[in-house]
Write a protein that binds this ligand. Structure first.
Ligand SMILES: *Cc1c(COP(=O)(O)O)cnc(C)c1O
Length: 390
C-alpha cells in the first residue's frame, strides 16, 4: 500500500498541542510594520516587533529599495558563488565590516542560515561546542548539525562553563557560542569574561547579536561595541538585518581567513539564492540611519526606563533586562496565552512566548519597544497591564 499521511495521527498531535496551550497560530496584519498595526479589521498598539529603531517602514529606506529595484530588478538570479553577487551586496558587506571593526563581513539570506552555516563550516565530529542553555534555536540546530559534541552551560554562568571546559584538552577544537542580547530574556551575555576564557582555552568565541546589533553601543554596533571587544576577542560575530535594521538577512564578520573558510564550506551560504539586491540597498540606507540617528537608541532607552519605573509602581515583576526586550514571566502556558488575548482585546499586541522557545514553566509575555513609541504608548500599556493583574 502506498504511504499516506495519516490524518488521524496528525490531528491527534495537533490536539495534544491545543490541550497543552502550546498550539501556535498566526494573525494576519494589513498594514506596514509600525507602532500601530491594522489587524483583523482593527488597530492595535504593537509591542511585539523586533523593529526596534522603527526603520522597517522608513520613507528613505523604502526609497533606496525602490531605486535599487528599478535598477536591478527583484530577484538576484542565483547564489553568490554563481552570478548572484551584486554591487549592492558587496558594498553592504564592506560597510558592515567597517561598522563592526572587522576585516570582512559576509551576507547570508537569514540569521537562521548564518548560524547553521557558520557553525557547520567551523566545527566537526570530534570537536566540542559549549552553548549557553538559553541560546537561540538556530545556534542549537547549527551545533547539532555540525556533529560536534555538545555541552550546554547554565545561563550566562562563566564559572559553570569553566567547570565544563576543565576536561577539555588543548588539542581539541572548541567553540563557545552565545546570544549577545538574549532573545527571550533581554539580558546580556558576559562577553568580557567569555572572551578571556575563550582565549585562555584556545576556543573560538561566536556571538550572535541579533538583538543588540543596531541598538547597543554608542554607534549601534551592538554588544561587542558596548564591551569594546575587538576581532581578536570575539573572532566570530553574527548580526541580523531583519530586526533593528528593519530589512532582512544577516551577516557574519571576522578575519579574512574566517570569511573565506565560510564561503568555501557553509552549505547554507553556497546552496541558496542571494538576497534581492534591493534588500541590500535598503539595508545600506538603514545602516546610515543606525550610525547617524543616535536619538533612536536614546529614545528607546528612555522608553524602557519609563516602562520599568511604571512596572515597579504597579508591582509587576520584571526580569533583569536593560534592553528593549522586557519579559513578564507568568510560568504557565495557558496563563501566558490568556494574558496575551486579554491585552489584544484591549488593543495591545504583546506576544505570549511558550516552550520550547523558553524553558518549561517559564512561559511569558515578551514586551518589546520601538523608537517610534512615545511615552503615552508606554503609559497606556502599563494601565492595561495593571488591569490584567487586577
Ligand atoms: C531572530 C534571531 C535569529 C534568526 O534571524 P533571522 O534573520 O530572523 O533568521 C538568530 N539568532 C537570534 C538570537 C535571533 O533572535
Amino acid at each position: 500500500m502506498p504511504f499516506m499521511v495519516n490524518q488521524q495521527i496528525l490531528l491527534a498531535k495537533l490536539d495534544d498541542l491545543k490541550q497543552a496551550s502550546l498550539y501556535r497560530s498566526r494573525r494576519m496584519i494589513e498594514s506596514a510594520q509600525g507602532v500601530v498595526l491594522q489587524v483583523e479589521g482593527r488597530k492595535v498598539l504593537n509591542f511585539c516587533s523586533n523593529d526596534y529603531l522603527g526603520l522597517a517602514n522608513n520613507p528613505e529606506v523604502i526609497a533606496s529599495f525602490k531605486q535599487a529595484a528599478d535598477q536591478y530588478g527583484v530577484g538576484s538570479g542565483s547564489a553568490h558563488l554563481v552570478c548572484g553577487h551584486g554591487r549592492e551586496h558587496h558594498e553592504l558587506e564592506e560597510e558592515l565590516a567597517d561598522f563592526t571593526g572587522r576585516e570582512r563581513a559576509l551576507l547570508f539570506s537569514t540569521g537562521y542560515m548564518a548560524n547553521l552555516g557558520v557553525i557547520t563550516a567551523l566545527m566537526d565530529k570530534g570537536d566540542v561546542i559549549y552553548q549557553d542553555r538559553l541560546n537561540h534555536a538556530s545556534l542549537l540546530d547549527g551545533g547539532l548539525m555540525s556533529g560536534a559534541r555538545f555541552k550546554r552551560y547554565l545561563h550566562a554562568d562563566v564559572e559553570n562553563l569553566q567547570q565544563k571546559m576543565q576536561s577539555h584538552s588543548l588539542g581539541q577544537k572548541a567553540m563557545i557560542v552565545t546570544d549577545g542580547v538574549f532573545s527571550m530574556d533581554g539580558d546580556f551575555a558576559p562577553l568580557d569574561k567569555l572572551s578571556v576564557l575563550a582565549q585562555r582555552q584556545h576556543a573560538y568565541l561566536m556571538v550572535d547579536d541579533a538583538h543588540g546589533f543596531g541598538v547597543l553601543g554608542s554607534n549601534g554596533a551592538g554588544l561587542v561595541e558596548q564591551y569594546q571587544l575587538s576581532q581578536q576577542q570575539v573572532p566570530v560575530l553574527v548580526g541580523t538585518l531583519g530586526k533593528a535594521f528593519g530589512a532582512s538577512g544577516a551577516f557574519v564578520a571576522g578575519s579574512d581567513a574566517l570569511i573565506e573558510t565560510i564561503i568555501q564550506q557553509a552549505r547554507s551560504y553556497i546552496y541558496t539564492t542571494a538576497l534581492p539586491p534591493a534588500i541590500a540597498a535598503a539595508t545600506r540606507a538603514s545602516l546610515h540611519f543606525v550610525r547617524q540617528d543616535s536619538w533612536r537608541r536614546d529614545k528607546l532607552k528612555m522608553l524602557v526606563r519609563r516602562f520599568q519605573a511604571g512596572a515597579r509602581q504597579i508591582g509587576l515583576a520584571l526580569m533583569p533586562s536593560a534592553s528593549a526586550i522586557q519579559p513578564i514571566v507568568l510560568g504557565d502556558s495557558l496563563k501566558a496565552v490568556q494574558a496575551s488575548d486579554y491585552l489584544f482585546a484591549q488593543g495591545f499586541w504583546v506576544s505570549a512566548i511558550r516552550p520550547p522557545t523558553v524553558p518549561l514553566g517559564s512561559a511569558r509575555l515578551r514586551i518589546t519597544f520601538s523608537a517610534l513609541h512615545d511615552e503615552q504608548h508606554v503609559d497606556q500599556l502599563l494601565s492595561a497591564l495593571q488591569g490584567m493583574s487586577a
